[in-house]
Design a binder for this molecule. Sequence first.
Ligand code: 4HQ
Length: 242
Amino acid sequence: MKFDVLTLFPEMFEPIKSSIIGRATKSNILEINLVNIRDFSEDKHGHVDDTPYGGGAGMLIKPDVVYRAYNSIEKTDNTKVIYLTPQGNKLTQSKVEGLAKFNHLVLLCGHYEGIDDRVIQKIAPEEISIGDYVLTGGELPSMVLIDSVSRYVAGVLNKDSTYQESFEGDGLLEYPQYTKPEEFEGMKVPEVLLSGHHANIEKWRRKKAIENTYKKRPELLENAKLTREDKNYLEELKFKNN
Ligand code: 4HQ
């Protein structure tokens, strides 16, 4: 999978060069190509922004500079172009899963007050938001998107493919996890996890995931994939908490 990132601040992308994503790029499972929009300024001073027509605070990125940067990128029939903006569709796990089906994503990052609207109209990217808050640029949202999408690329995570299907795809929060020591500050690891009884461990984890979701994010249960047994347990929880 290839990501081309159009940005005025390529140096902000250092964090995704470490850990899991860094390893995946070094082993050529992922390619993250940073394109500096400033390289496409034809201004003798390298200017990329200017004041907004009609007045107002701040600076806007010039449309021609962005368009030249965009045109420098080779597209395929499996390329998707994305502009990170609070005006976009929310980045959800199902959106992430859909984006992972492309093998080339082009991410356009705005900065300052944004980008001249005409080049957005011209490129017609899909607009995606990572949440309802205002950031200084699209760089952090791009990194969030790259990180979340990359988890679906084969070979990036070292777990078997059935893991995601059975635990992540169901829309529940995670069950609590424990490692050594067996006792920490007077708190013991739940007995069942030490039992070696795999069927019981799975049942316990499922219940805890449902319990966690019910207590912390009950609205997620609306769209969660629940079995008859899960639903029975949920009714039990609701009864106990009333
Ligand atoms: N931005 N989700 C870029 C965001 C944002 C978000 C604000 C994007 C500033 C220039 N992007 N402009 N939230 O806050 O995607």
